[in-house]
Design a protein around this ligand. Structure first.
Ligand code: G16
Ligand code: MG
Length: 222
């Protein structure tokens, strides 16, 4: 039975995607890479270096930069991104998320974070949510990014649970694939048509409560 809940950050707890987009778009413009919605959606959930790789590939610039130059470009984007997320406050938490975290605490669930973002601790601090999370996966210690299940397996391990005891909230299709491969229960946040691989989908974070989850679980297992 479910004993722990794992959270993705961007797109589940708050909308940092708008700031990632703004910072990547500025870098793409500087490099002369055309921007479009499919590129923007494809960046969801990818690590910083994987995101840069996708942008360069989009502009057919993959072989134009050395690894050192690529690291420099990623650092430049991150400096810009960090300046943008300074404006985050607890008001930016998605509806119902703090109430759900409170409900989980009250009912003794373990809680961990599986975000690909190296800036996750900074973001949680701005949102004043740090104390809810028993453990946070350090993405710098991972070998593979989403859709690989590694980050989700680690997020269960650090709270001493087996994968089948964990429910994971995630907004990216790459993330849902990783959760399913890890043998955990996937709760998609977003469009049910896009997240059709998830065990259950909530299009509105305000509807994510233990009672509603329980209800959807019985529907999928019987
Ligand atoms: C987030 C975003 C991605 C971003 C990644 C790495 O993942 O969805 O767009 O590229 O983190 O972020 P950073 O450059 O801050 O390390 P998640 O897993 O929280 O959705
Ligand atoms: Mg996400």
């Amino acid at each position: 039975h479910i004993a722990g809940v794992i959270f993705d950050l961007d797109g589940v707890i708050t909308d940092t995607a708008q700031f990632h987009t703004q910072a990547w778009q500025a870098l793409a413009a500087k490099l002369g890479v055309a921007w479009d919605v499919s590129l923007q959606n494809g960046l969801k959930g990818l690590s910083r270096m994987d995101s840069l790789a996708l942008i360069l590939q989009h502009g057919q610039l993959t072989d134009h930069y050395s690894l050192a130059e690529k690291k420099q470009l990623a650092a430049e984007k991150n400096t810009h991104y960090l300046s943008l997320i300074q404006q985050l406050t607890p008001d930016d938490i998605f509806p119902g998320i703090r109430a759900f975290l409170d409900e989980l605490k009250t009912n003794g669930y373990k809680i961990s974070l599986a975000s690909a973002s190296k800036n996750a601790p900074t973001i949680l601090r701005h949102l004043q949510l740090t104390d809810y999370f028993e453990k946070i996966v350090d993405p710098a210690t991972l070998t593979h990014g989403k859709p690989d299940p590694e980050i989700f397996l680690r997020a269960a391990e650090i709270i001493n649970l087996q994968p089948d005891q964990c429910l994971v909230l995630e907004d990216a299709t790459a993330g849902i694939a990783g959760i399913n491969a890890a043998g955990e229960t996937s709760l998609g946040v977003g469009d049910p048509n896009v997240l059709s691989a998830a065990d259950m989908v909530f299009s509105n974070t305000a509807d994510i409560t233990l009672a509603n989850i329980q209800h959807r679980m019985t529907m999928t297992t019987t």
